[in-house]
Design a protein around this ligand. Structure first.
Ligand code: AMP
Length: 357
């Protein structure tokens, strides 16, 4: 695949903040960006003059979009797999439809991880109350029932304990395709973001520590406060997964570190990730630029950090905290241009830098 040079147009499926920050990084490198998403005033569209407002199933709009771009990427993994296939028949889609299909289905994702020898929480597919009861017998009574598809930020998840009313749990579950996962008593949650080029070269960011509130990422501490041996193992797992997916682009791997020092993979996201936002201010090449470099066949930049960082999401009404943060010369503020500060909505983030340890 030839180099896609600055001046070319990158097509981005999805219009959220990840798309917005990808547009900003691509623009700095001299690329144009065409954002495709069904919502008119979306964060990514505010950052570029080229956009399409249409459904992901609209073949005519997709065809026009494909004709106007040189390469396609996506900023969220719930873009329909068929949409990615349709575009891939016309222009390079990076990462490709296979990585997308694996990441958007928790069962396929876990089966894939198991098939390549990567540890996960114990899990079983469940499609009925009876299967739920049976799965609990093998997995143990403390578990989490998740929807196989379309779940994110804790949506579509139910915690189960020994005394849970299983009939009520199943009745209230919003899907008939579930995955039951054993509850992992983790010491901490970490993630690794890796970029991989078409030539197989990779660049890996240091593992970071993620703290969630109400299942939504609240704070990322970079680097993670784990033993060097665990950090190395986490990076090796991310590299192994990226290679087995034959990934071209960016991959975030969310992991649990158990009290016994095991590293288990929870989730994959073949796109920029919230836990990588700190790289904008603290690394030589941030995750968004790295994505652009990878999909355009440019050499990858250095993922090294020049500073340590703590990234805090501004969720819902937290957006007002920018007023305080703006007075601190060591805090970098990123706001996503969203109008309504609804509860649970990611409105922006702030990154506090400190000297590298
Ligand atoms: P997910 O949507 O799978 O990323 O889950 C959101 C959050 O729920 C994770 O970041 C964890 O904090 C928690 N969680 C998910 N799955 C498990 C599990 N099997 N054991 C313990 N905590 C979990």
């Amino acid at each position: 695949m030839p180099l896609i040079e600055p001046g070319a147009t990158i097509g981005i499926l999805g219009g959220g903040q990840l798309g917005r920050m990808t547009v900003l990084a691509a623009t700095a490198l001299g690329y144009r960006c065409h954002v495709y998403c069904p919502i008119e005033d979306s964060p990514a569209k505010q950052a570029t003059s080229l956009s399409t407002t249409a459904e992901y199933e609209d073949k005519h709009a997709l065809d026009r979009f494909a004709n106007s771009v040189d390469v396609v990427t996506f900023e969220f993994e719930n873009v329909p797999g068929d949409t990615a296939e349709f575009l891939a028949a016309r222009k390079p889609v990076r990462p490709g439809p296979t990585a997308l299909r694996i990441a958007q289905d928790r069962l396929k994702e876990k089966d894939f991880l198991r098939s390549i020898g990567v540890g996960t929480a114990p899990y079983e597919a469940v499609t009925s109350e009876e299967e739920l009861r049976r799965a609990l017998e093998t997995i143990g009574s403390r578990a989490i029932l998740k929807t196989v598809r379309m779940g994110y930020d804790g949506k579509g998840q139910v915690g189960i304990r020994g005394d849970s009313d299983l009939a009520a749990v199943w009745h209230g579950f919003e899907s008939c395709d579930g995955i039951l996962e054993g509850f992992v008593e983790f010491a901490c949650e970490i993630s690794v973001i890796i970029a991989r080029g078409e030539n197989g070269k990779t660049a890996t960011y240091a593992p970071v520590e993620n703290q969630h509130v109400n299942h939504i990422l609240d704070t990322t501490i970079a680097p993670a406060r784990v033993m060097p041996e665990i950090a190395m193992r986490a990076e090796a797992i991310a590299r192994h997964i990226a290679e087995k997916l034959d990934l071209v682009g960016l991959l975030a791997v969310e992991m649990f570190v158990t009290h016994g020092g095991e590293v288990l993979v929870n989730e994959l996201a073949p796109r920029p990730h919230n836990s990588g936002h700190w790289t904008i201010d603290a690394c030589y090449t941030n995750q968004f630029e790295q994505l652009v470099r990878a999909i355009c066949s440019l050499p990858l930049g250095s993922p090294e950090r020049h500073s340590d960082a703590v990234m805090k999401n501004l969720i819902g009404a937290d957006i007002e905290q920018w007023r305080e943060a703006v007075n601190d010369p060591l805090q970098k503020i990123h706001l996503y241009g969203k109008d309504e500060a609804l509860p649970g909505r990611k409105m922006g983030h702030v990154t506090k830098l400190s000297a590298r340890r």
